[in-house]
Write a protein that binds this ligand. Structure first.
Ligand code: AMP
Ligand code: TRP
Length: 338
């Protein structure tokens, strides 16, 4: 750990594409909020990752600023943490290039997310950026020498690649990078779709009932939970044969902070109809204050910009320091100005 910094460095981010959903909140954002006192935290908005699939520039800019509002509404605190936009910091793309030269092509081709996303675009245009995506992610993390990376389960493989490439760099050029650990916590590391509990909840699900967005109204949330797919039984229990009920119990545990065992006891004999309403009500109570804060913050453009600027200044200084060392290790001519 960096001697001057007593606290571990935590870095993470998400992509500013369309709506942020309950899976993002319970699997990621909620954990980020709770780690702010224990760590030196950097939270960024990965707009450079977002363009690995086609984006409308006007939408992307709007979603990026809205994402800052979501971060703050969820409880990220710019007085304790640094919040910034990836593309504003020079260094992510530069380090990604250097790391790409150390990353085996085969490992990138084996990434589950790449296979999924490129498979879904079969016959259409697939940009090389989709393949290269985990290298950029490794650069994001190593540029700040992060110790811990809180993410949902779906990012575990990308973290493994980051660790491999950091070890490879250190092995060739001498120790420079910390080997970062993923921080994947709780029952909600993989929140499932409400319509297909064997697939993860995702913002791009074509079934509009599958995903609960933080921007959804109380009535929309109720409707989505009331139509959640379960099974033909009656018992409220978190077993693998009941993936729908298990998912709902995990969500209820995530929003209430209570254990699944406790909830199973409370909800025993309730019947699925009543249980779904109980879950919906708990989610509504959790999401409503976030939605209200989010709407108010979206109007505070100058404030959001000032948060991004402060975060950018701090992040750029750290990125410059790492990049200068990397250039030196690699043998690039004098990195004095970087
Ligand atoms: P993304 O929406 O892909 O930008 O993901 C942002 C963060 O949310 C990452 O840490 C993901 O691992 C996490 N995440 C995305 N979907 C889910 C889900 N269904 N359940 C839990 N975490 C998720
Ligand atoms: N790939 C992550 C996602 O889709 C977002 C991300 C980009 C990220 N760079 C990162 C997360 C670095 C953690 C650390 O959710």
């Amino acid at each position: 750990m960096d001697k001057q910094r007593q606290k571990p460095i935590v870095l993470t981010g998400l992509q500013p594409t369309s709506g942020i959903h309950l899976g993002n909140y319970l699997g990621a954002l909620q954990n980020w909020v709770s780690i702010q006192d224990e760590a030196d935290c950097l939270f960024f908005i990965s707009n450079m990752h977002a363009i690995t699939v086609p984006q409308d520039p006007i939408e992307l800019r709007k979603n990026t600023i809205d994402c800052v509002a979501v971060y703050l509404a969820c409880g990220l605190d710019p007085k304790r943490s640094h919040i910034f936009v990836q593309s504003q910091v020079i260094g992510h793309a530069e380090l990604a290039w250097i790391l790409s030269c150390l990353t085996p092509l085969g490992q990138l081709e084996r990434m589950t997310q790449f296979k999924d996303k490129s498979g879904r675009q079969a016959g259409e245009f697939v940009g090389a950026g989709l393949l290269y995506y985990p290298v950029l992610m490794a650069a994001d993390i190593l540029l700040y020498n992060a110790h811990l990376v809180p993410v949902g389960e779906d990012q575990r493989q990308h973290l493994e690649l980051t660790r491999d490439v950091a070890e490879k760099f250190n092995g060739i050029h001498g120790p420079l990078f910390n080997i970062p650990e993923p921080l994947i916590r709780g029952n909600c590391a993989r929140v499932m779709s409400l319509q297909n509990p064997t697939a993860k909840m995702s913002k791009s699900d074509p079934n509009s009932l599958a995903t609960v967005f933080l921007s959804d109204s109380d009535a929309q949330i109720m409707k989505k939970f009331r139509s959640a797919v379960t099974d033909s039984g009656t018992e409220v229990r978190a077993s693998d044969e009941k993936p729908g009920i298990k998912n709902l119990l995990h969500i209820l545990s995530g929003v209430s902070g209570r254990s699944v065992a406790e909830l199973e006891m409370d909800c025993a004999g309730m019947g699925y109809g009543k249980f779904k309403t109980v879950v919906a009500e708990a989610v509504i109570e959790c999401v409503r204050p976030i939605r209200v804060r989010m709407e108010a913050l979206k109007e505070e453009l100058l404030y959001l910009q000032s948060v991004m600027e402060e975060g950018h200044a701090d992040a750029q200084a750290r990125a410059n320091a790492t990049l200068a060392k990397v250039y030196d290790h690699v043998g690039f001519a004098c990195g004095k100005n970087l």
